[in-house]
Each structure stands twice: as structure tokens, then as C-alpha cells.
Design a protein around this ligand. Structure first.
Ligand SMILES: *Cc1c(COP(=O)(O)O)cnc(C)c1O
Length: 373
């Protein structure tokens, strides 16, 4: 059996009539830039998140940059975030001229550890970017109260967590502003690059909307120099169709995760920790294995694709050498980056596929007796 990491073709097969109709409607209207579907998708998705404002973006990365600009982050400022995330989070910080300051993660959820943030705060700290990793929200309440105490903005990087809940609150509705990516493999994915920023702050939204469209007030009047960060109509029309399926797709992911938890019960393997107050939407299903490299190779030899999110912590990347961090600075991140492995999870995954993955895993762990701590 060959099992892909995600199966976007299977998803398209299930909804191609609706998708083709949406695309052909845009083609016929030739309404390609800031068209009607962009406006409608901004309304529908921000409403889905439980907030009032949405600004479509060209990617999750441009959404993050816009959000930082919306928070008035400037050169010389510092922004605290996690070293255990995709580089887009910190690229956006650098694009504003601000400096990324890392703070280690919680050992169970791998999201930023609120208890460690306070020591990273300085006079220059302007904002915290919280990443809702793998589909699970970070522990927001203590982070929000810290932010209040030090007058910091909180930006949610919800690129992996469309529809996730924290104490009943939706990912994207808790901070000052939140960023989503609709990269094709995300829980809600376009057929190309796309993203969105959402917020309840109307003034910030207005500023971000202007910045995202060349600083335009109207067609020929530019209030400032901005960017071309617009979401295109074609992608918006596709995302409007797919948004209607998001909850049912997330439910499928949760079911698969429940099954994995039941079947993957071996010495030497840990299934993901889900905080009780959270509803995890399993963008990724990340296990910990003491013999990660051997396990990964074994699955590959059995036709099972896996991933590692992420094998090299950001503070140890060559790109961030200049920040001056060294090995040992963030021990939790460094330890788990050696042990994590992302198994295939996607809504269209069949029971046969999942059982095959679990039985190959059982084969590996019955041959390998290495204990986990
Ligand atoms: C995917 C992702 C991004 C970037 O999104 P793009 O749409 O690829 O630019 C940012 N942050 C995290 C945590 C992501 O997973």
C-alpha cells in the first residue's frame, strides 16, 4: 500500500462540481482582483472565526506581516514568539524591521509556554505571536493577562488551526489580530497561495486593508506605500465552497485522531497530548518516538509518507545565526525536535489506510524494545 501524507486529489474528486462551477463563474465575470467572492469570503470566514473584520491576503506569510504592521510594530521593536514553528512566523517579524525573541514551548502541547514568556519581555517588546500549533490552541488566558500587564499586542498565528477551540473560543478570536494561511495542505486550503487576517478592531482592519492594496485610499490616491498582498478572486471563490465543508472535515480529522490514539499504544511511542479545555483540529498528527529516524525509515519502506514539523528549531537555523542563540537555549524545543514525527492525517483517509499505518507501526515497535524515558 502507498499512503500519501495528504491527498488533495481525493478531496477535489469529492467536490469538483461545486469547485468547477465557482471557478467558471469567476472566469465568466472576469472579476479577478478584489472581486465579489473576496468580499463575501472575508465576511463568511471572519464570521466563522467569531470576529467582525477579515482582510483577504495573498498568503499566510503576508497576513502575518500585515498583522504586525496593524499592531504598529516598527524597526527596533522586539516580538516574542516560539522557536518551534514554521519560519514564516519570524520572517514576518523581520520584514517589519523588528527582532524575533524566542521563548520555549510547553513540554506537552509544544505551544509557547506562558510561564516562560515574562523573562523574555523587555522595554522594546511590542507584541507576542502565539502559534496554535498542529491544530491546537496555545494556552491563551495567561498569555492575554501578561499582554495586558505589559501593554503588548497579541497576534495569533492560526495558520494550522482553522476551527480549533480554546475554552469554547475560536482560534482567531482571542488576540488583537489573527492570521490564517490557506496554503493547499492546510485544514482549509486554496488551490494556490492565500491567507487572511481577522480582527474585531475596525481601525486596525482599515489600516491593514489599505496597506494590503498599495496604500490606496481609492484607485489613484495613495495614503502611504503599501504592498500587493491581495487575495485573488479565484482563490476566494474556491475557499467559499470549501469553507462549507470545514467543520465536517475537521470532525473526520478528530475521528482519525481518536482511532490513532486507541491503536497506537506502544512502549516507545507517545500520541499527541490534547489539553482538556481545547478542541484540537489535527492539522498534523504528531507522535513522539525515541527512535524517530529508524521509525520514519521503516514507515517509508512500507510506502507510508511522514513529515517532521519541525526538525531544526528556528533559533538554530543558519538564517537566525545573527540573533546569537546557541544550542541549549530552548531545551524543550531542542529535545522534542529530535523525537517528533507527523503521521498521515487527512479527512479522506480510509479505515484501511489507517489500519495499515497502525499495523506497520506495531510491527516496528514489537521489533524495537527501546523504552521512552
Ligand atoms: C503555513 C504556515 C504559515 C505560512 O503560511 P503561507 O500561506 O504558506 O505563507 C505561517 N505559520 C504557520 C504556523 C504555518 O503553518
Amino acid at each position: 500500500m502507498k499512503i500519501p501524507f495528504v491527498d488533495l486529489q481525493a478531496q477535489y474528486q469529492a467536490i469538483y462540481n461545486e469547485i468547477n462551477a465557482a471557478i467558471s463563474h469567476v472566469l465568466k465575470s472576469a472579476d479577478f482582483i478584489l472581486g465579489k467572492d473576496v468580499r463575501l469570503f472575508e465576511q463568511e470566514f471572519s464570521q466563522y472565526c467569531g470576529v467582525t473584520q477579515g482582510i483577504g491576503c495573498s498568503s499566510g506569510t503576508s497576513a502575518l506581516h500585515l498583522a504586525l504592521l496593524g499592531c504598529k510594530v516598527k524597526p527596533g521593536d522586539e516580538v516574542i514568539t516560539t522557536p518551534h514553528t514554521f519560519i514564516a512566523t519570524t520572517e514576518a517579524i523581520s520584514q517589519t524591521g523588528a527582532k524575533s525573541v524566542f521563548s520555549d514551548i510547553d513540554k506537552d502541547t509544544f505551544t509557547i509556554d506562558p510561564k516562560k514568556i515574562e523573562t523574555a519581555i523587555t522595554e522594546k517588546t511590542k507584541a507576542i505571536i502565539v502559534v496554535h500549533l498542529y491544530g491546537q490552541c496555545a494556552d491563551m488566558d495567561p498569555i492575554l493577562s501578561l499582554a495586558k500587564k505589559y501593554n503588548l499586542k497579541v497576534i495569533e498565528d492560526a495558520a494550522q488551526s482553522h476551527g480549533a477551540l480554546y475554552k469554547g473560543r475560536k482560534a482567531g478570536s482571542m488576540g488583537d489580530v489573527a492570521c490564517f494561511s490557506f496554503y493547499p495542505g492546510k485544514n482549509l486550503g486554496a488551490y494556490g497561495d492565500a491567507g487572511m487576517v481577522v480582527t474585531n478592531d475596525e481601525a486596525m482592519a482599515e489600516h491593514m486593508r489599505i496597506v494590503s492594496n498599495h496604500g490606496r485610499k481609492d484607485k489613484y490616491e495613495h495614503l502611504l506605500e503599501g504592498f500587493n498582498y491581495r487575495l485573488d478572486t479565484m482563490q476566494a471563490s474556491i475557499l467559499r465552497v470549501k469553507l462549507r465543508y470545514l467543520d465536517q472535515w475537521n470532525d473526520k480529522r478528530k475521528k482519525i485522531a481518536t482511532m490513532y490514539r486507541k491503536l497506537l499504544n506502544f512502549n516507545g511511542l507517545n500520541t499527541p497530548y490534547e489539553r482538556e479545555s481545547n478542541s484540537h483540529v489535527y492539522h498534523l498528527y504528531v507522535v513522539r518516538a525515541k527512535e524517530r529516524e529508524k521509525f520514519k525509515k521503516y514507515l517509508t519502506s512500507k510506502g507510508i509518507s511522514t513529515g517532521i514539523h519541525y526538525p531544526i528549531p528556528l533559533h538554530l537555523q543558519e538564517a537566525y545565526h545573527y540573533l546569537g542563540y546557541v544550542k541549549g537555549d530552548f531545551p524543550v524545543t531542542e529535545t522534542i525536535s529530535q523525537e517528533i514525527l507527523s503521521l498521515p492525517i487527512f479527512p479522506e483517509m480510509t479505515t484501511d489506510q489507517q489500519e495499515y499505518i497502525c499495523s506497520m507501526t506495531m510491527e516496528f515497535f514489537s521489533k524495537n524494545t527501546a523504552k521512552f524515558r
